[in-house]
Design a protein around this ligand. Sequence first.
Ligand SMILES: Nc1nc2c(ncn2[C@@H]2O[C@H](COP(=O)(O)OP(=O)(O)OP(=O)(O)O)[C@@H](O)[C@H]2O)c(=O)[nH]1
Ligand SMILES: [Mg+2]
Length: 496
Amino acid sequence: MARWRWVLVLVGLLVSLGAVLLLTDSLLRLYAVLALLSPRLAQVVIGLIVIIAAGTAGFCIYRLGPFLRPRRRQKRLRSPRHPEEAAAASLHAVQRQVEQIQDQVTRQALRDKALTLQSSTADRDLTIAVFGVGSAGKTALINGLLGQPLGEVGAALGTTQIQQTYPWQIPNVPRALEIVDTPGIAETGVAGTEREQSARAVAAGSDLIVFVIDDDLRQAEYTVLQALMSMGKRVLLVLNKADRYPEADLESLLDRLRSRVVPPLSPDDIVAVAAMPQPLPQVGGGWLQMQPNLLPLRTRLADLLRQEGETLMADNLLLQAQQIGASAQQIIDSQRLAQADAVIERYQWLSAGAIAMTPLPGLDFLATAAINAQMVVELSQVYGCEVSFEEGKALALSVAKTLTGLGLVKGTVDLLALGLQTNLATAIAGRALKATSGAYLTRIAGKSFVEYFRQNQSWGDDGMGSIVEQQFRLNQRDAVMKAFIKEAITRVGVST
Ligand SMILES: Nc1nc2c(ncn2[C@@H]2O[C@H](COP(=O)(O)OP(=O)(O)OP(=O)(O)O)[C@@H](O)[C@H]2O)c(=O)[nH]1
Ligand SMILES: [Mg+2]
């Protein structure tokens, strides 16, 4: 209970105690008076008064109870969402988001992507991408799992140049499966890089990734594995060529892999196999040919697909929907930025005009507050948050005050006086400098409002001053400044 409540309770108790004492005293007096008339009457009257007082006190305690009791934090009941439902809801949200894109071609492309995703959900096959560096044994592993020499196996890197998809079925797994052999990653040359990109695209679109390695994770493998996992992809890490390691070495290698992968994979999701063991020379001469062993992977795949096959597919759908959503958001962001820039551009020259008309000698940036308020309203519309003119005015005023308070108004005048002088080879002063400075400050204010609206109408943890200063610094960059001054020379006519 909060301390102030205890204080209230204490005060209440003291007051009640006083009241009880007073009441008792009065009752005793009343009883004495009435008893003179009739002791019976005195008992009845006093009894009634005591009953009424007790009833009132009881009622008060009953009503105050909830107030005195410590409030239990309410747990928000959230209905557990089925992965399929979450994926469908996310896809729906993405479709709405895509409709905000103005460019027709881009909108249609993303719309098609979302529709394809939606229509492919019901009875599509579950896709497993077999992925990893060249010569790790991906093709040999698929051939072994499917029991047929489907793909070419070779010691040279880049044996598989183009992805190959094979239909597959595992007993008691209701979904039909597709297993995709991908070209090796981390190969050199342009062709190697292109093959890696196509392999990554397959992995990113698959429901499950079988990531094949044949040794401890190399840096290149580790980086790609982390990237896929942080995307939210489900990965089985398969150490192939187990026949090359003595038992103890194999165990310590597996342990090392388990400790290196962050976030950790379940120990069940890291397995060692030998897809195509090579003959081993024997001490006394001759060769030992070991048998392939894919059992650990077969068992893990069967368990995983039986138990989590549908979830894997729904999670993947969710991920794909989120990726379309992220692309749509990026496009919407740059679309909004372009619209916002046009708004700022318009208002900065309007402010310049207004300031040029101000008869006051110094630069009074606060005089532009009304113009800037309208700019805030238009910027809010670009970001879909609809701020009223009054709210806009308040915001414009506080940014204007911040600019003044931070010394940026004076800083701007000095900066532009120098900039214009360099460009015009003559010092300028008076109205033209005032107007150009007003335009520049409106620009800084506008850019700051854009940040405010981009952050859902928040100035962030460091507040308005930090954003305004940051925008001032960003716009001070040489190229931005040069472009602004060039524009100012024609717009404000500073050369005249
Ligand atoms: N010792 C041993 N060698 C293997 C094993 N599996 C595959 N290999 C050999 O590894 C080499 C590469 O096998 P592939 O299956 O072609 O490898 P890949 O990952 O498909 O390679 P790319 O197609 O080039 O990306 C071949 O020489 C295989 O014989 C294994 O379990 N043990
Ligand atoms: Mg291959």
